[in-house]
Design a protein around this ligand. Structure first.
Ligand code: 0RA
Length: 690
């Protein structure tokens, strides 16, 4: 097994997906209601005749500016198409008519999404003059605006751009609906043009909708290949967030089909158990609170807001184990549901601890204290969510604050009163956190003083001369000898080198006071220059690329994961912003007639031997460490921006990443072993371009 694959898998450590650096198009959504959207909606309200030119104009707008609708046309956008279609089926499940959704990755990378719901209506829609199916697939934002009863709702939010967007971005798209005793089929081609209008093609006693589409390669130019792990993670998350719905994934691309099913009767309760599976829970079984409240919308209609919260304390030290969602979409920046939770947990735990004489009347726990070691999933379902924040991932509806706060306040208090032993354990944990906080603040102050002093950059840091962060790179290098080569081989203008001595501290297992006394960690904080944790300010980072460069061996793997854990825990926006990379040094060198050739994996080595027509047994060098390369070689193979390959680390799914980091770095040995064995399967099938 090639070592860089192993590391890619460790990076994929999941939730943290490794992408090749070419993938620059991060998903950033600039708001759902763009001007183009609004125009299209207005058009959709006009009278339509069968072959309507305006329909095509709407879809043409999507094809002209796909980024506006799906964020990016890179890998994330390709996957977004699947989420869109799955969302529609989830809505049908939430309406109570569907309990199974299948996703099939077909040979050739088309996708089928199939549900056992009522089937998209096939009757004519007066406004469009088209059938319900054709309307949904050709008119922007048509979803939910047709059909009787009004029971059907699009989830809205960041997804919810609708099936028509998927159709617009597909080479072809077929929808088969079974309902009313018949099977109906429609086929679109060339970005949504009706190629075969909806027709009854047979009888059927079944009910449901099956959509198959092939993403258009002229739009998704970067990659047309679906990543099994990404789809799997998303479907598992959907199954957790929508308890009782069975989500099934089949990959038909290989020789043998791969099939997995996700079904969690307990929903988010099981989600918390899953995240905590490699941790030690101290508060008994997962605690669950839920409630709904009716609100009257602006147009006078009444809708229910629903919120559920599942929580469990572990013996861990991190205070950022809160995962929040609205309408099944991660709200990365939190928002009113999280604020409501914070208020409730603070109020409830302080009141209980005082009443039970476990806390002095003059003392007070902070919200941070209450959240130490806590894993919590908050899921809100809102008919009209408003999103705010830089990435539009912060829930803004103010009524939600009160709703969540009341639900958690009342039900958690009740739970504590009914379970005094568990309550006591939780209060003790919070109390210890509170005491440690005072000590940590002092230790942290010491580091911050250094970090603020411009003159006190670490002595070991060989800084670059440029002060423009966008062009600056920090190489964090394992070992002093490799550090020496890197210093001599680098581009001094833009590349800084920070050598690390031996292994860095495992921040997953150490308490804050110790962490801040660790010299290597202090050096990294000072060098990057943007603070840590809640004070981390990504706009202050001194380098836009932080590159981890370690040996391609077991120790190197370990140091790499220690560093990733550190960044994940202390500078998460650095990873989220895509500023963290892993260098890819070559594994092999072959010398032929004085020329040097490098191979970065086993397959390349074989290719090279063939291309150079080498006899069997021709000698080659296997690099055991970076230290075996001189400065010139290190530059040519690993650091020169013109020819190096690096892996960029991103986080797809925060809960998944959390679980992976705690499995890899936590106390328990068994989950770590399992993790590595499970990944071994993935390593062979990963489609990373290295
Ligand atoms: C509108 C009305 C009805 C069903 C649906 C939409 C529907 C949409 C999707 C999208 C994916 N799967 C779906 N399944 C159903 C109900 C019409 C009726 O009363 O039968």
């Amino acid at each position: 097994m090639a070592d860089e694959k192993k590391l890619a898998a460790a990076a994929e450590a999941s939730g943290a997906t490794a992408e090749s650096i070419e993938e620059e198009g991060k998903f950033s959504y600039s708001g759902v209601e763009t001007d183009i959207d609004r125009r299209s909606i207005e058009k959709a309200d006009e009278k339509y005749t069968g072959e309507n030119i305006q329909v095509l104009e709407g879809l043409e707008a999507v094809r002209k500016r796909p980024g506006m609708y799906i964020g990016t046309t890179a890998s994330a956008g390709l996957h977004h198409l699947v989420w869109e279609i799955v969302d529609n089926s989830i809505d049908e499940a939430l309406a109570g008519y569907c309990d199974r959704i299948d996703v099939i990755i077909n040979k050739g990378n088309s996708i089928t999404v199939k549900d056992n719901g009522r089937g998209i209506p096939v009757d004519k829609v007066a406004k469009s003059g088209l059938s319900g199916v054709e309307t949904a697939y050709t008119i922007l934002h048509a979803g939910g605006k047709f059909g009787e009863g009004g029971g059907y709702k699009v989830s809205g939010g960041l997804h919810g751009v609708g099936a028509s967007v998927v159709n617009a971005l597909s080479t072809w798209c077929e929808v088969v609906v079974c309902r009313d005793g018949g099977e109906f089929k429609v086929r679109f081609e060339d970005g949504g043009k009706i190629a075969q209008p909806l027709a009854r093609v047979g009888d059927s006693s079944a009910r449901g909708t099956a959509v198959t589409f092939l993403p258009d390669p002229t739009i998704f130019t970067e990659t047309q290949t679906y990543n099994y792990e990404s789809i799997k993670n998303h479907m598992r998350q959907m199954a957790f967030l929508n308890g009782g719905v069975r989500l099934c994934l089949t990959d038909d691309r290989g020789e043998e089909p791969v099939h997995e099913e996700f079904f969690y009767e307990g929903g988010i309760k099981e989600y918390v158990s899953f995240i905590n599976s490699a941790k030690i829970a101290i508060s008994g079984p997962v605690i669950y609170c839920s409630g709904a409240e009716e609100v009257t919308l602006l147009d006078g209609t009444k809708e229910k807001i629903f919120a559920e919260i599942a929580l469990q304390w572990t013996d861990g030290y991190s205070s950022d184990g809160v995962y929040s969602f609205c309408n099944n979409i991660t709200t990365k920046e939190g928002g009113t549901h999280v604020e409501g939770f914070n208020l409730a947990i603070n109020r409830t735990m302080n009141a209980y601890a005082k009443k039970a004489k476990l806390l002095d009347d003059k003392d007070k726990f902070t919200t941070e204290d209450c959240k130490e070691g806590l894993t919590c999933v908050i899921s809100a379902k809102h008919p009209n969510p408003q999103y705010e924040g830089q990435t539009k991932t912060k829930l803004g509806n103010s009524e939600v604050r009160k709703i969540v706060s009341t639900i958690v306040g009342d039900q958690l208090e009740q739970y504590l009163l009914e379970h005094p032993d568990i309550a006591k354990t939780i209060v003790q944990k919070i109390s210890m956190a509170s005491k440690a906080r005072a000590a940590a603040v002092r230790a942290r102050e010491a580091v911050r003083k250094d970090a603020l002093g411009v003159t006190t950059l670490p002595g070991k840091l060989a800084d670059c001369s440029s002060k423009i962060p966008e062009e600056c790179e920090l190489y964090i290098v394992e070992g002093n000898s490799a550090g020496g080569s890197a210093k001599n081989g680098r581009d001094r203008e833009t590349q800084a080198i920070l050598p690390l001595r031996g292994k860095i501290l495992n921040v997953e297992k150490a308490r804050e006071e110790r962490i801040f006394k660790n010299a290597e960690i202090g050096n990294m904080i000072t060098a990057i220059g943007a603070g840590i944790r809640e004070n981390f300010d990504v706009s202050k980072i001194r380098y836009h690329k932080v590159v981890i460069m370690t040996d391609a061996d077991v120790d190197g793997d370990h140091i790499r994961i220690l560093l990733l854990t550190f960044f994940y825990r202390f500078m998460r926006p650095l990873i989220e912003g895509g500023f963290v990379y892993i260098a890819q040094p070559p594994l092999y060198k072959i010398e032929v007639k004085g020329n040097q050739y490098y191979a970065y994996n086993d397959a390349q080595l074989e290719q090279l031997k063939k291309a150079l027509q080498l006899r069997a047994g021709y000698p080659f060098q296997r690099y055991k460490g970076l230290g075996e390369m001189d400065a010139q070689q290190l530059w040519e193979t690993t650091m020169d921006p013109k020819c190096r390959k690096m892996i960029r680390i991103t986080i797809d799914d925060a809960a998944e990443a959390e679980k992976a980091f705690s499995e890899l770095m936590g106390e328990d040995v068994l989950p770590r072993k399992n993790f590595i064995t499970e990944r071994a399967v993935f390593i062979n099938r990963d489609d990373l371009d290295i």
